[in-house]
Design a protein around this ligand. Sequence first.
Ligand SMILES: Nc1ncnc2c1ncn2[C@@H]1O[C@H](COP(=O)(O)OP(=O)(O)OP(=O)(O)O)[C@@H](O)[C@H]1O
Ligand SMILES: [Mg+2]
Length: 463
Amino acid sequence: MAHSLRFKFILFILAILLVLLILLNTYPIISSRDAVFQEKRNSLSGQASVVSSALGSLERLSHDGVSDVFRFLDLSSFDRIIVVDEIGNVVYDDGSDPPDLSDLRTALEGHSVFRSVFANAAFSSSVSVPIGTQTALIGAVSLFENDTERAGIILSIQQRIAVLSVAIGSFALLLALLFSWLTLRRLSALTRSMNTVAGGDYTYRHVVSGNDELSELAHEFNALTEQLELNETQRRRFVSDASHELKTPLASIRLLSDSILQADQMDTDTMREFVSDIRTEAGRLQRTTEKLLDLSRLDDSVHVVPEPVDLKQITLDALSALSPLARDRHVQLSSELDDGCVIMGSPDDMAHVIFNLAENAIKYNVPDGSVTIRLHQDSETVNLSVEDTGIGIPEEDQLNIFTRFYRVDKARSRASGGSGLGLSIVHDAVIAHGGSIRVGNNKPQGSVFIVSLPRPSLEEIGI
Ligand SMILES: Nc1ncnc2c1ncn2[C@@H]1O[C@H](COP(=O)(O)OP(=O)(O)OP(=O)(O)O)[C@@H](O)[C@H]1O
Ligand SMILES: [Mg+2]
């Protein structure tokens, strides 16, 4: 993967470099060459018209006549001059090669011809113009010029640009190679770290360097690994806690049944007592597994389609279900429930939330204590509070009580049949409904649990 990425990156840089260097090597040269052509056209045409009008003063063109006229003109800048008479015979030519008369023929038809080429380190230019007296066309003249000086300047600029291009190209390529090497090295390191974590080492952390998008990616990866590590720790703890919770009642059942089996003779009352103990333990097992199933259902986020839930009705149902327990424990139940406290969600989940909180408030209370449940709503939320005057929860435990299997007073909780799962279910259900839950101390004694749930809009409830 890294190689192909590097290859693509270098290819991309090379393509950009190539385009830039081709432009650098052609554009300035072409435009300065065109400027020289233009300048040559102007200067040669000017000079040709001076020569042509000087020759126009002759009646007839002859070698001697033309030479005489040329003596008075400064023609040193021309390499060759050819003059033809009106029928195209060469009357004057100071060159030695056989002349090409095609431009002169065009000039004899009355048109001027200008040519200039940049070749062999020189600008070779020529201009051919007609020669006329006031009344008639008597011939034509061609002026040739070979400018090596300007061509030399342009060629030397071209050479310098070429040298500069090689230097710029090599430098840019070197930088690109260095950049791709540095970047891909970091990418490879990140891939190695990912492989390590994928292999199961969740304690591994990638060493982040720099402060760019790659570092951001590395930070995100570390955060993900941290989350994985946390999940893994929680999973292990949960499995070990759950096994432990199931092991204790199972061991008791085994012990009790062994006692019954091994006793030669056992009176009916003792036997009934043992069987009743077995029943209690089995009941505990059943409650724990039911709660575990509730939790796993909440974990899987398999949610029923939300429906309007009237929390007042659910609270009244929970209170009536719990009133025998409250009577048993000599705990006074009271409530202040506003009408219209409706949320969108699952009625079963909400029944669990209110039942568990109210049950705890009664179970962890003191004789002649009291429990007050309040339900009211404001513009944004529906709020439920469960206050008790019971034994309270120490501050250091308040952070943990929503953790699975966590109990403050293990002996007391277990004795009352608690599995330590009730508040985890409450917490998960409230979060799944988009709400929040917190716990505090009640004055002068006891605890208070406050649940806030988002209040749905009227359309959501279907009013
Ligand atoms: N109102 C309360 N007052 C004092 N302590 C409480 C109160 N509610 C919960 N606790 C403490 O928090 C622990 C966790 O409560 P949770 O409801 O999760 O478990 P449980 O009541 O022990 O068992 P379960 O509810 O599963 O039958 C309890 O064991 C208890 O120590
Ligand atoms: Mg409980």
